[in-house]
Ligand binder design. Structure first.
Ligand SMILES: Cc1cc2nc3c(=O)[nH]c(=O)nc-3n(C[C@H](O)[C@H](O)[C@H](O)COP(=O)(O)OP(=O)(O)OC[C@H]3O[C@@H](n4cnc5c(N)ncnc54)[C@H](O)[C@@H]3O)c2cc1C
Ligand code: SF4
Ligand code: SF4
Length: 405
């Protein structure tokens, strides 16, 4: 009898973000309907390209099965089935045993990190998926402030959640899940949404069991119809004392390096600044006089008024963080995007990229990826470096990280 190690997606923690389907190089291996994301066992070739980009880890699930679960069955799941009992005697032929060993070897190699994005070597061990939809942590809102100018079109809030006596470990760079109350148009409970943690591991306020989020209120207008994003509007409208169901934490690679030599190039737009606020504050709290590592921030927004944390950011000393803020719609000023500013700093960026302690983090709108990639390519071309090879090396060394949404 033949057994296979089937690749499956955990419907309980999948946030239906489509990242895996976009990433998978095998046409049709991942598909979705209104309910679930699923993997087609007939087509998936265990290449593992979908594993690291998945923000929740929902995609990293495996079951040894005699007959693969068909797509139609996976679409109906609310949770993953338990591992089946398969005894050694049921795996009769040595050829089949060899196949099973081979599949497990592929998985072991893939999980060992070859070809995958890894966390920085000095990152702390992250705890993930401790709280689930079935068993969420309950947090209390202790602060909710708008952090963009009142007259700007971008409504971004700094929200502080307190966990009371519940242990909720997070690291800089991780996300949490928020489960909005109520049901969607199909009468199903709302899916959870992910939000990056904007405070360091020891709390928004040092040694307090709390964390902060940077949330943009999503409102879209199409054909005269206004649609308000479910979770972001729920969060931005919360009042002090309200409670929130929280899952996670999530993320095991986009993590802050902890060694003092680490240089961080952080590139973001809008709420993509959240993890960098966490990392910068962690560095501020922990750095010792003479520590060599530096932080460099490229931060893009349409205008000053739309840039979250504009005021507090100005007050951070250059010795802690170099700030390159770029605006694409500021009156009486030429349009400038983060990639434009990167090119004007090309010589220094090339020098940073040559340093084996430099880590690149990119977070924010998906649309910035192409421009930033082109800027790194040009900087390397002009400075005698092979960007494609450097980026590959940085990825496997846990030094190049992208989180866009
Ligand atoms: C790893 C990760 C980290 C993230 N971190 C952050 C963060 O730090 N801060 C942050 O603000 N966001 C973050 N996000 C994005 C966040 O998870 C949500 O996707 C975002 O807040 C929108 O969720 P929502 O429920 O408000 O919108 P949704 O209700 O999910 O709507 C999404 C879009 O679809 C449109 N839409 C919805 N229903 C309809 C309809 N019936 N007809 C037409 N259009 C419709 C909405 O107008 C909106 O444009 C992150 C995402 C990921 C994957
Ligand atoms: S392992 Fe490879 S083929 Fe399979 S679903 Fe993931 S990306 Fe696609
Ligand atoms: S959460 Fe992971 S499994 Fe779910 S759609 Fe996103 S990338 Fe795919």
């Amino acid at each position: 009898m033949s057994v296979i190690r089937q690749h499956l997606i955990d419907p309980e923690i999948c946030i239906r973000c489509n990242t895996c389907e976009e990433t998978c190089p095998v046409e049709g291996a991942i598909e979705h309907d209104e309910n679930n994301y699923v993997v087609n066992a007939d087509i998936c070739n265990y290449c593992m390209k979908c594993i690291a980009p998945c923000p929740t880890g929902a995609i990293d699930n495996w079951r040894t099965v005699k007959t693969p679960y068909p797509l139609v069955e996976q679409y109906g799941w609310d949770e993953l089935p338990d591992e089946q009992e398969i005894s050694d005697t049921e795996v009769t032929s040595s050829a089949e045993q060899a196949k099973e060993v081979e599949a497990n070897t592929i998985l072991a190699v893939a999980h060992s990190g070859e070809g995958q994005v890894l966390p920085p070597f000095s990152a702390a061990h992250p705890f993930i998926n401790i709280y689930t939809r079935e068993n969420p942590a309950i947090a209390r809102v202790v602060g909710n402030y708008r952090i963009t100018e009142p007259d700007s079109t971008s409504d971004i809030h700094h929200i502080i959640l307190d966990f009371g006596t519940t242990t909720f470990p997070v690291l800089e760079g991780q996300c949490i899940g928020v489960v909005p109350p109520g049901e969607d148009a199909r009468g199903k409970p709302h899916q959870m949404r992910l939000y990056s943690v904007a405070s360091p591991r020891d709390g928004e306020r040092p040694n307090h069991n709390n964390l902060s989020l940077t949330v943009k209120r999503v409102v879209t207008e199409e054909n005269g119809i206004t649609t308000r994003g479910v979770a972001s509007n729920y969060l931005c409208d919360l009042e002090r004392g309200d409670t929130v169901q929280v899952t996670g934490a999530f993320g095991s690679t986009f993590l802050m390096p902890n060694h003092p030599e680490a240089n961080l190039i952080t590139i973001c737009t809008g709420t993509g600044s959240a993890p960098f606020r966490a990392m910068t504050e962690r560095r501020r709290r922990k750095r010792k006089h003479g520590d060599p590592g530096k932080i460099w921030l490229f931060f893009g927004a349409r205008t000053r008024g739309e840039l979250p944390y504009f005021g507090p950011l100005q007050k951070l000393p250059d010795s802690l963080i170099r700030k390159d803020l770029c605006f694409s719609r500021e009156r009486d000023q030429p349009k400038e995007y983060v990639q434009d500013r990167m090119l004007t700093c090309a010589d220094e960026l090339a020098e940073w990229l040559r340093n084996e302690h430099t880590y690149v983090f990119l977070c924010g709108l998906k649309s910035m990826e192409v421009g930033v990639e082109a800027a790194f390519q040009k900087i390397c071309d002009d400075h005698g470096m092979d960007w494609q090879e450097l980026r590959r090396q940085m990825r496997v060394a846990g030094r190049y990280h992208v989180e866009t949404y």
